[in-house]
Design a binder for this molecule. Sequence first.
Ligand SMILES: CC(C)(COP(=O)(O)OP(=O)(O)OC[C@H]1O[C@@H](n2cnc3c(N)ncnc32)[C@H](O)[C@@H]1OP(=O)(O)O)[C@@H](O)C(=O)NCCC(=O)NCCS
Length: 127
Amino acid sequence: MSIPQLRERMKGWLEGEYKAVAFSIDADPTAYALYREGTEEIYLRQLFVKRGRRRQGIGREAVRILRREIWPSDKRLTVEVLTANEPAVVFWRSVGYADYCLTLEIMPGETGGQARTPDALPRVGNA
Ligand SMILES: CC(C)(COP(=O)(O)OP(=O)(O)OC[C@H]1O[C@@H](n2cnc3c(N)ncnc32)[C@H](O)[C@@H]1OP(=O)(O)O)[C@@H](O)C(=O)NCCC(=O)NCCS
């Protein structure tokens, strides 16, 4: 997506039910989180750490701040991640999220059965 398209998409989310938190280090915007709070659940739609600042513990610290200072502690926390995004799968597990649901698909034109399970995900049975 182009920058104007991304801006419009973000605007739509923020005008709707989503809230964003921006994290800065020495006034430099470094990361942001976008989430939706329901009566029983907080769904984290996006967590983004600036390229060049990754693997420095910033994502972990952002989740720590959200949980300790911003989110109530009595709600279920959820996040969705593409199985192909292995670094993110490892990240979410490392900050405490546990595997809950796996969406499977057969794309138009595929016969199905192609093994696409990345190493970061568990293989169930003979799959
Ligand atoms: C996923 C993301 C938020 C992680 O942020 P980060 O600041 O780089 O993560 P941290 O440095 O706090 O890493 C915490 C732990 O997560 C795991 N981890 C993070 N990035 C990883 C990677 N690229 N490969 C393997 N493990 C990784 C590690 O266990 C790491 O601990 P360690 O550095 O002590 O080994 C960041 O990579 C990002 O913004 N990615 C693009 C957007 C995205 O995919 N967001 C998630 C889906 S919404």
